[in-house]
Design a protein around this ligand. Structure first.
Ligand SMILES: [Zn+2]
Length: 290
């Protein structure tokens, strides 16, 4: 499978409008790592004469806090981000809050179920840890051993379950990343069957992301290089759902002085803290260039 050969990947065709997005999740303060990736996304949209969408990825109600949304928007504006569509300003593909788009995710889930692409999984985290084999790629989740592949929904009574996508074992998924070049992952080896709908009745990141990027007609997705393998998963979802896939541009991750990836726990590097210390966005951006 090579989606970049598909006609819909013809992003340079005349009259084709570049559409990019910022897709932060309001589970903590934005930090410099997010800002850097988002800045690349904004630059990509600007240099391609396109538009930028702000999508609020607030699907995870267990972790998301309401006050973070307005703070997140304020931090982004302070840093110099400008978007043409978003939860604060609306647009042709509204709503831009994922929590308001569940009907779309559910429709996609039903399509996957009707097409036989997914199966109900009753495994606990411990079951998977005990039975799974380690993946090849660094920082990846263990490969699901396929325990529940034969499950039928009708056989599961009074038990919570998640929906898992059955990957085509041994199939090579290739794409050409706009930044990292040609990428190749083998289904069942580099990544296994993955959850598309969680046991707590919430769509998984992979499904919501694919549904929204297609519905919002994104032409390119800019995000951190930690999601390269996820892109392979998502390409399988695009195919299963019969949706055109966007182009991808994965950026190197910002690391701290110890070489660790920045995470939301690095409070010292949150935009809010840096702003409180009197740093300006221009100064912070200048440091990236060094
Ligand atoms: Zn299972």
């Amino acid at each position: 499978m090579n989606p970049t050969d598909a006609p819909d990947a013809g992003r340079q065709t005349p009259g084709f409008a570049y559409r990019g997005r910022l897709a932060p999740s309001p589970t903590g303060f934005l930090h410099l790592g997010h800002a850097r990736t988002f800045w690349v996304a904004q630059e990509r949209a600007r240099t391609n004469g396109g538009s930028l969408v702000l999508r609020n990825e607030d699907i995870d109600s267990t972790r998301f806090k309401l006050e973070f949304v307005s703070q997140m928007i304020e931090d982004l504006r302070w840093f110099g981000f400008e978007w043409q569509e978003g939860p604060d300003c609306g647009g042709p593909f509204a709503p831009y809050n994922q929590s308001e788009r569940f009907n779309l995710y559910r429709a996609a889930l039903e399509k996957l179920r009707d097409g036989g692409f997914i199966y109900p999984c009753t495994c606990s985290r411990k079951d998977i840890r005990d039975a799974a084999s380690a993946p090849n790629a660094e920082n990846e989740e263990p490969i699901y051993p396929g325990t529940c592949r034969q499950n039928r929904e009708s056989q599961i009574v009074n038990r919570k379950f998640s929906w898992r996508f059955r990957v085509p074992d041994g199939e090579t998924v290739s794409f050409t990343d706009g930044n990292c070049g040609p990428q190749t992952f083998v289904a069942g080896k580099d990544f296994g069957d993955f959850v598309v709908w969680r046991h707590d009745d919430v769509p998984a990141y992979q499904l919501a992301c694919v549904v929204d990027d297609a519905a919002m007609q994104m032409s390119e997705v800019v995000r951190g290089a930690d999601l390269l393998v996820s892109t392979a998963r998502q390409l399988l979802l695009y195919r299963a759902l019969g949706l055109p896939a966007p182009g991808f541009f994965h950026c190197a991750l910002v690391r701290d002085e110890k070489g660790q990836r920045l995470a939301k726990r690095h409070d010292a590097l949150s935009l809010r803290t840096l702003r409180g210390q009197g740093k300006t966005p221009a100064e912070l951006r200048r440091d990236w260039a060094e």
